[in-house]
Design a protein around this ligand. Sequence first.
Ligand code: NAG
Ligand code: NAG
Length: 241
Amino acid sequence: MAAVFALFLVALATVFGSSAADPDMLQDICVADYAAGNSLFFFVINSLSIFPVFQYSTAKSVKVNGFVCKDAANATAEDFFSAGLAKPGLTNNTFGSLVTAANVQKIPGLNTLGVSLARIDYAPGGINPPHTHPRATEIVYVLEGVLDVGFITTANKLISKTINKGEVFVFPKGLVHFQNNNGKGPASVIAGFNSQLQGTVNIALTLFAATPEVPDHVLTKTFMVGTKMVDKIKSRLAPKA
Ligand SMILES: *[C@@H]1O[C@H](CO)[C@@H](O)[C@H](O)[C@H]1NC(C)=O
Ligand SMILES: *[C@@H]1O[C@H](CO)[C@@H](O)[C@H](O)[C@H]1NC(C)=O
């Protein structure tokens, strides 16, 4: 009987574990205390002794979704507020688009709540280049303009559509997707995520602008082109000073 119950628990854990987004919270709020964790004592163990090491900036150097909660009695409306998406972002950059986040790094009260928003603005011709979000499905609502959007499934099928003001489109978690403003005017969307910090992997930058560089021989074999071509793309995406 105990064995059956244990098996049942394992099965449950597997089902919930594999389908889980951000973990669910066990308290009303956990407002991120950005400052906490910046000075921690770490015990470094070497072969000779155990000694405490003062480690500064731990929270900044190790990025994790969770933050230390500030005292709930000290939470304020400001902890749950952002005006950051009210205005269009500047799109006069290389790709002609800008993502403005309203995630746990901007709204401390989002910590442990498992959701976030962003606003994305696109100049005419602007693109939000192919990328993935490892931790969230994305749902966009078009505020203004017309966008060609799409995602590619793991079966390598492109699912794409032109979407207009007031319309909604969904990009499933982890799949490569993009938005392109082929219209004549500016465009913008509000994007919702089922994670407080969805994470973004930009395919082109990941491969061609990583530090240290992904070796040329990896990229020449992957894309079946010569070194010159690979270096040209690298120099465009990660210009060396
Ligand atoms: C909460 O606010 C009170 C009053 O401002 C302050 O004395 C206390 O240190 C705060 N507690 C924390 C954990 O920040
Ligand atoms: C983009 O436009 C803003 C405001 O007009 C300006 O301050 C900024 O320098 C521009 N950036 C680039 C990269 O041209």
